[in-house]
Ligand binder design. Sequence first.
Ligand code: COA
Length: 372
Amino acid sequence: MTEKGLADVVAAQTRVSDIDGKLGKLWYVGYDIHDLAEYSTFEETVFLLHNSRLPTGEELEQYTERLVEERELEDFTKGLFPTFAEVSAPMSMLRTAVSAASAYDPDGWDHSAEGNERKALRLTSRIATMIATYHRIRSGEEPIPPDPKLPHAANFLAMLTGEEPDEEAARALDICLILHADHTMNASTFAARVVASTLSDMHSAITAAIAALKGPLHGGANERVMEMLLEIGEPEKAGEHVRKLLGGGERIMGFGHRVYKTEDPRATHLRRLSRELGELAGDTRWFEISERIEQAVMDEKGLYPNVDFYAASVYYYMGIPIDLFTTVFAASRVAGWTAHVREQLADNRLIRPESEYIGPRDQGYVPIEERR
Ligand code: COA
């Protein structure tokens, strides 16, 4: 009999990332997330996850160029966005857009390791363009073409808002993308690996991952956090709100984690970014409410904030619409998903666990006319 939710079950061996939940540590390929958040960039982190080492200066330049070249959507995918803008919620749009993009991918039928590497890079680059294109069209505005001079995070914000972001916002988003890029065997990564293990294809695996990320127990929590902050409205009301929710048996979104039993190391950076962006905006209200909630949840339940909690106010300060928060998570995690798919395929065996049957046995079949 396994633990419910496969807790503590090791589902794969990986070289991509590792967590120590007791110590609150996260590493990508052995590099501490604190160092990556301080010194790395999203582009370099993508290289690290996919090549299992840091690039040289020249390699990073070439890799960045490849990512830049892959930003534009092909006409077929672009043509779907007016419909998405009209009828699809953001995560549903992204799930369908990634699935649809497989139709005209230049490597569509190439399942070789090289083809998969190119598809991984293409998807990692284009998801940001998909989100921005969707948002511009639904807002009644022209999509902004990618700016090859800007790094990935700054270009993402520019395509979304129509303005080149200031340095602080661009670096803050860059750090967010680094922090969310991978996280061992989380539900969406597991979903991606299961699909890959059937020797399906890269786009199918990433489509499945997006579908898993969408749920409020996984990536969807960040949007719920911001809705809660807005509902609370003032720092003084935070404690009471938390006690009321917990008293009613509700979960506080952005708290608790299957693996971390102490502070999630990503939350440490996001808390700081929330404060800094709040100070920069001259409005620290959302940061202050968050801090009060954190204190109240700790007092009442002894739970720590997870990655989604402070990410909410950080994205809000950047001017990212709330219903796009989970898609921003996807724009980063695609780096890890695609790395895991490639790793799975490099040494594949079909993922096919057992189940424990707990239903009735030896039932006699009763003809329909004799059933009551
Ligand atoms: N608010 C209130 N109580 C919480 C909680 C939260 N956010 N997260 C966990 N708990 C409580 C549960 O009620 C349970 O208490 P009980 O034993 O008294 O019933 C206990 O902590 C263990 O919770 P459980 O659901 O078994 O943990 P899990 O490992 O299955 O779930 C999460 C992990 C992340 C799904 C869970 O913490 C959660 O639902 N968090 C809110 C959603 C969220 O922020 N998701 C983003 C994750 S990065």
